[in-house]
Ligand binder design. Structure first.
Ligand code: DAH
Length: 340
């Protein structure tokens, strides 16, 4: 009776094992026949009805059946695993004769190219490159630069304030103050970085752009040092024939102050479409550091003098690479960037 039941269970199990298409199916078979509530277990539980002297014999046949089913399950599992692996090897074949995939490299941004050029020039003149914070105290952005409380630049229309005292810097000139406060003289530094102004976006404006600040402080510094340095800078940047011209201007932190123009590097100064017929192109602001600015940073203006300048990095990039719309610089379109 038990023997018949066992034969039936075995052949049913074998049939189901054969039908199993994957490892999950096989596992179901294992549970159905060998599990705690499985059919073979049920037979074992029925042993209590078997006469005591028959039990070892019956137990042995049940175990035999169990081992047979287990073996069949194992063989089926190995076969399935093998075919899964073979399929994988077949489908994931690597063709080593295919050409290699080239990694897509980005491209240096025109701003970055211009910046590296500017840094190269000033490092060559013995300047150090330093960085200042983009989030700045009012004191560093305005007050220590001699910009009084009622100055129009301090208007909320122009400046992004975080609190009354903390703002996004509107110029890199604050780095001058940080450097002067360190008390290490003389100073020869340029400081590139991002600045922020509450401007609408158009072809020449953006609420965020970049400047490069310059500062030199030493004994015996005069306006002719400023002129010589910036004339050299212009020649390196725009070509050896470049001439410079200084026009009087006003900045609160320099006295005297000037704006520097360079002769148009397209027409050589004759006047063309590029320089709007002027022959000259404005490129930076500069001047002799105001004695009060030195004093506020604990530098004795009777012993030390200095000059400073500020260049718009985008302005240089637009001019040098003849880009006519500043917005192109911020779109990060590779087709554009790759041209430089
Ligand atoms: N910070 C000025 C600006 O944003 C640029 C500038 C002009 C910086 C003259 C200077 C300077 O250091 O001497 O317009």
């Amino acid at each position: 009776m038990i023997k018949e039941t066992l034969e039936k269970i075995k052949s049913e199990a074998q049939a189901r094992i054969k039908d199993s298409a994957n490892l999950e199916d096989l596992n179901d078979v294992r549970v159905k026949f060998l599990g705690k509530k499985g059919e073979l277990t049920a037979v074992l539980k029925g042993m209590k009805d078997v006469a005591a002297e028959e039990r070892p014999k019956v137990g042995a046949v049940v175990n035999e059946a169990r081992e047979e089913i287990e073996e069949a399950l194992n063989n089926a599992r190995l076969a399935l695993e093998k075919s899964v692996m073979e399929n994988k090897l077949k489908n994931e074949k690597i063709d080593v004769t295919l050409p290699a995939k080239k990694p897509i490299l980005g491209h240096r941004h025109p701003n970055q190219i211009a910046l590296e050029e500017i840094e190269r020039i000033f490092i060559g003149l013995g300047y150090e490159v330093v960085e200042g914070p983009e989030v700045e105290r009012d004191y560093y952005n305005f007050e220590a630069l001699n910009i009084p409380a009622d100055h129009p630049a301090k208007d909320e229309q122009d400046t992004f304030y975080i609190t009354d005292d903390i703002l996004l810097r509107t110029q890199t000139s604050g780095t001058q103050v940080h450097e002067m406060e360190k008390g290490r003289l003389p100073i020869r530094m340029i400081s590139p970085g991002r600045v922020f102004r509450s401007d609408e976006v158009d072809a020449t404006h953006s609420p965020s752009f970049h400047q490069v600040e310059g500062l030199l402080i030493d004994k015996e510094v005069s306006f002719s040092d400023l002129k010589g340095t910036l004339a050299e800078f212009a020649k390196e940047l725009f070509g050896a024939d470049t001439k410079v011209k200084f026009r009087p201007h006003h900045f609160p932190f320099t006295e005297p102050s000037a704006e520097m123009d360079v002769s148009c590097f397209k027409c050589g100064g004759k006047g063309c479409r590029f320089c709007k017929g002027e022959g000259w192109i404005e490129i930076l602001g500069c001047g002799m550091v105001h004695p009060h600015v030195l004093e506020m940073s604990k530098i004795d203006p009777l012993q030390y003098k200095g000059f400073a300048f500020g260049v718009g990095l985008e302005r240089i990039a637009l001019l040098k690479y003849e880009i006519d719309d500043m917005r192109l610089l911020y779109e990060n379109d590779e087709r554009f960037l790759k041209q430089f």
